[in-house]
Design a protein around this ligand. Sequence first.
Ligand SMILES: Nc1ncnc2c1ncn2[C@@H]1O[C@H](COP(=O)(O)OP(=O)(O)OP(=O)(O)O)[C@@H](O)[C@H]1O
Ligand SMILES: [Mg+2]
Length: 502
Amino acid sequence: MDRHSQQLTTLYEISKLLGASLDLNKTLKGAMKALSDFLDMQRATVALVEGGEVIIKAAHGLTIEELQLGRYKLGEGIIGQVAKSGYPIVVPNIGDEPVFLNRTGSRKDISKNNIAFLCVPIMFKRDVLGVLSVDRLFADATASFDVDLRLLKIIASLIAQHIKLSRQVEQEVQGLIAERDTLKVELKSRYRIENVIGKSSIMQEVFEAVHRVAGSRATVMITGESGTGKELIAKAVHYMSPRAKQPFIKLNCASIPEGLLETELFGHEKGAFTGAAGVRRGRFELAHRGTIFLDEIGDLSLGLQPKILRVIQEREFERVGSERTIKVDVRVIAATAKDLVRLVGEGGFREDLYYRLNVVPMFLPPLRQRKEDMDELIAFFLAKFNKENSTSVEISPEVMNSMAEYWWPGNIRELENTIERLVIMSPGKMVQPRDLPLNIRTAASHIQGHKITPLNQAEKEGIIDALKTTDWIYAKAAKLLGITPRQIGYKVKKYGIGRGQS
Ligand SMILES: Nc1ncnc2c1ncn2[C@@H]1O[C@H](COP(=O)(O)OP(=O)(O)OP(=O)(O)O)[C@@H](O)[C@H]1O
Ligand SMILES: [Mg+2]
């Protein structure tokens, strides 16, 4: 091969190398090797400008130690001068050149060999990114290096583009990594509540509100369908607040008979009414310095609403049968599955009380609107009930799918009950679709279209299934499905469900 074809081959090899990868160290080293292999060039190096210095980054024909010595200040030595000026320098015979530093010490006896040193800048637009240099061996002293120099300039410009590109990509990658990491940190460190699952954005908003409000005494109003976790969130607010060590007192406004509610809330004096043998402290008193949780506040009778309003406003009340005013420091959290706004509109709930309670509203979305949380919730309950029962039941992917398709009218409570039942009842280690309650199975197959079942057929089967599992106890079946016993009764009638049914 003549010198011209050798040069073309070298160029071709180098451009191939540079195109193959963006790993600067690897490609530059390969390019330097190509220079020595094809042309009579030894010790080819690429030095890059970094913070006022020029540092050899890749070389062929230098040992690692020699390579590490290759550092120059801008303007220092020949490499430094080229980096500073942006013009090539040719030293026809380094043995004659006093500026030649031989810093790396790689040329053992310079005077004995005919070595020229060719050094060209690596430029991108008007910036000097670095310096490409080679030792060119030559036989006769009249040799001209013009052709070599032109070739090196072409190679330098290829390298320049390569460096630019790989730096740009590197920056983008770093940017993406940084972005990802900050996102991760945000997700991890903010908005976590122990034993409450909720990575879906809709739940993250709730968590954020809990974190923000926990430190204050602000009244919180939690709404959401049955079984969505209202009580769990109420407790989270309390246990994340400075009142955590004080009592959390719950009062279910729906389950206490109207006549007893007042004494439940405020207590009574001895002899306040027939049978009131001793003094009794009410829930508000018990909750002093802690939190009172008024569950199902939508069921509070109109007669009692003004009394509750007064405690919330004044933080004071009297025991039944007493004139003495008791002052308490309580935080109030209320919850309801009812549509309070509608109730207010219909006159079933006092507007002033509504506004007193609704200081910090929190809405818990139904489970079907946070399917992103399903997998984690299932894993959470599976672990819980496996631990309780010393089992290691697992759930097959098909079952997971069916559960993801199901409507979950009873929300998390229904999911929790379902998993508990599966863990206890599962004949094998792996829960199969046939182990699922009928209502979940039929709803899933309805949606998946394997079997076209009218929705109310699925509902009917679901109710029969729930009744069977609970021995036809309406209250239990209703709880399982997350509906009220009255709704069950209504549906039993509607579908003509009877015990004989299968
Ligand atoms: N995000 C969640 N992560 C883990 N468990 C949850 C979550 N939400 C609810 N649960 C569990 O589901 C069950 C029902 O929750 P909770 O009693 O708080 O619901 P609720 O909204 O008060 O229901 P209801 O309106 O019927 O009183 C509880 O056992 C609770 O621990
Ligand atoms: Mg509740």
